[in-house]
Design a protein around this ligand. Structure first.
Ligand code: SAM
Length: 216
């Protein structure tokens, strides 16, 4: 199949099944929707965006692939227009704070059984808040795309005790390991420049934690 989506969305798509009834919040170009419809025959999916402009681009992309009957688009903020048949939420390519704001009322929608997120930043904060919202990590992985690291994290309903800094990332996996080694290197560079004692202390503690975990 022609490459429609980048490696980040490709990895994310691996967390979605043809039996999932998906709302992709912040669908923008709708390329994930198009990819899934081409991958799975007779697949139906909804994409939403808070802005009209991305939806116009999405519509053009959808028309190009003649998928108007399979992809529904909604102009909507977060989960405000959630249909009862939706059981899976996808949010990708936004900051963690925005994602958590969008999901604040997710408990009011008992049909949601799976949430797949790919935040740009603040991974520990996201893990902490998702646990508070009553979701536990099923799987997670780091993806390197265009020389940047992204988290793809899949949730199901439930509570768990978890280390919010490392989550359930498999540290034997080379990309996951590389992600933490990269933080270590960045912190070392910062440490050469920063004079503020409190900030230095925080970075040093973070480095110690990473070294300790990777050595195990
Ligand atoms: C950077 S794009 C990400 C597109 C795509 N999901 C991806 O991962 O490549 C973020 C999109 O989210 C939309 N967005 C931001 N906040 C939103 C919200 N509260 N509800 C719905 N869409 C939102 C923006 O308009 C934008 O089109």
């Amino acid at each position: 199949m022609k490459k429609i989506i980048n490696d980040r969305l490709l990895k994310l798509s691996g967390h979605l099944l043809n039996t999932d009834n998906i709302l992709d919040i912040g669908c923008d170009h709708a390329l994930l929707e198009i990819y899934l419809c081409l991958k799975y025959p007779n697949f139906y999916i909804t994409g939403s965006d808070i802005n009209q402009k991305p939806l116009e681009i999405a519509m053009k992309n959808i028309s190009k692939y003649h998928l108007e009957n399979q992809i529904k688009l909604l102009l909507s903020n977060g989960i405000e227009k959630l249909d009862n048949n939706i059981d899976t939420l996808v949010i990708s390519g936004m900051g963690a704070i925005n994602m958590i704001n969008i999901l604040q009322d997710v408990r009011n929608y008992p049909n949601i059984k799976k949430i797949v997120l790919s935040p740009n930043n603040d991974f520990p904060y996201l893990r902490y808040e998702m646990n508070k919202l009553g979701f536990k990590i099923t799987k997670e992985e780091i993806v390197k795309d265009n020389n940047k690291y992204y988290l793809i994290i899949e949730y199901s309903k439930g509570l768990e005790k978890i280390d919010n800094y490392f989550g359930k990332l498999d540290l034997n996996n080379s990309i996951n390991r590389e992600y933490y080694l990269n933080i270590l290197e960045k912190n070392k560079l910062f440490l050469n420049k920063i004079t503020d004692i409190n900030k230095r202390d925080l970075l040093e503690k973070e480095n110690m934690m990473i070294i300790h975990k990777l050595e195990r």
